[in-house]
Design a protein around this ligand. Sequence first.
Ligand SMILES: Nc1ncnc2c1ncn2[C@@H]1O[C@H](COP(=O)(O)OP(=O)(O)OP(=O)(O)O)[C@@H](O)[C@H]1O
Ligand SMILES: [Mg+2]
Length: 234
Amino acid sequence: MLEVRDLDLFYGDAQALDDVALDVGEGEIVAIVGANGAGKTSLIRTIAGMNRPARGSIRFEGAEIAGEPSHRVCNLGIGQVAEGRQVFPTMTVRENLELGASLPRARSGAREMMDRVLGLFPRLAERLGQAAGTLSGGEQQMLAISRCLMGRPRLVMFDEPSLGLAPTIVQDVFAIIRQLNADGFTIVLVEQNVAQSLSLAHRAYVLESGRIAMTGTGADLLDDPGVRRAYIGL
Ligand SMILES: Nc1ncnc2c1ncn2[C@@H]1O[C@H](COP(=O)(O)OP(=O)(O)OP(=O)(O)O)[C@@H](O)[C@H]1O
Ligand SMILES: [Mg+2]
């Protein structure tokens, strides 16, 4: 579904991605792990069309999208749940969701998707008229995920979806990602909970200083002594 090759990204003179190659097959959960500053967010933002790569190819369902603007990438079916629970705080839950459906690809199916999303997140259904900024942290993350789904993505990229959430809510977030995958969404997952994201992922990539250092099944990387030492602390 997604095929990244020879990808280089610079911020000024500083290279953030160096010759990155990565594949995501339809129906997979693919995790990207790496230390702070390794380039995980940079990679997601480059795929999403928010960073312009200096070199390389990004193909989504056969179409070249490297360097395409983000609205066009979104409209092809790549959704992103950005770091830090990006909701519009003064808008209501319903308005946030409607905004998610403003993509051309999503307009016709908005009502059906709203029903589906509210079925998945009954807490949001009870709070449709409430200002998003007054939701709890966990509820805001559910709303951020829901707003992304309203755009009818086929591939959903999550950047640190559990960051700053209470442990019980973290479990909910992982359960939701598993559910979305079972419902047919393909997933790219960047997570600080490396052990959990590797156990959830079919395959994973380790990013070190902008380069892919290792790749394998989630289970293989979870068993790898180097990965455990560097990212799991065991
Ligand atoms: N807009 C920017 N301008 C300049 N440098 C940037 C910018 N965004 C990121 N960087 C640099 O690029 C490198 C990769 O950052 P990135 O945010 O992609 O890392 P990350 O793996 O997501 O880290 P974290 O785990 O802390 O979120 C870092 O050295 C960072 O300082
Ligand atoms: Mg990041």
